[in-house]
Design a binder for this molecule. Sequence first.
Ligand SMILES: Nc1ncnc2c1ncn2[C@@H]1O[C@H](COP(=O)(O)OP(=O)(O)OP(=O)(O)O)[C@@H](O)[C@H]1O
Length: 230
Amino acid sequence: MTATTAEPLVVARGLTKSYGATPALREISLDVAPGEILSITGPSGSGKSTLLHCLAGLATPDAGQVTVAGQRLDHLKADDRTTFRRRTIGLVLQFGQLVPELTAVENVALPLLLEGRSRAQAWQAATDWLQRLKVEECAALRPARMSGGQAQRVAIARALVTTPQLILADEPTGALDTVAGDLALEILVGVARVSGAALVIVTHDNRVAGVAEREVVVRDGRIESDGSLA
Ligand SMILES: Nc1ncnc2c1ncn2[C@@H]1O[C@H](COP(=O)(O)OP(=O)(O)OP(=O)(O)O)[C@@H](O)[C@H]1O
């Protein structure tokens, strides 16, 4: 799939953000087409996570704006942005993404329950996703009792359970060994291909380059290169 043939799913324009005196993003513009599988790479501290957080509406840029599926994120009130995100975006973040008071199956079922699905349906879907990620043994565990790798796979299950149009993943293989990392990547890419979701992966993992169709390299808060890997 090429980025030029379809109406973009994500349109980011002029994203600029600093943390105090530290610039994180400097006028980044980026389009992501529906179904596109894209990696964002670059040195540590170059702004990759900040960019992903802006695309998700979790961070507010100082200047510039993000449109996802035709919706300007900055035009939504905070509550509406949360609902929009839950319905449209599957998010896999680096830290603290699971609700500590809930078990794995409850964490994965939560987005479906919030959308009004029955408890039985939500539990079934959550259980199926935990099995696909090979963490069904964690179903009744709270995050504090899981390993980092298990928590990461539960977080991936939670991101995918709603079949989002856009999947944003920050180092989704970071806490995983080779076998689990390969499985997580295979599932993320497989789900994106089957459902037509766009997949944006921030990563240091060379294996991601093997599955991505396009690589955006960020350096010092700017896009250094943006190219097709096909
Ligand atoms: N919450 C924050 N408060 C202060 N500075 C921050 C914060 N988040 C990021 N930064 C700074 O902004 C810059 C970009 O950070 P960011 O985490 O986006 O980079 P990154 O490329 O994702 O790094 P890594 O690969 O190490 O995760 C860095 O200089 C970082 O120290």
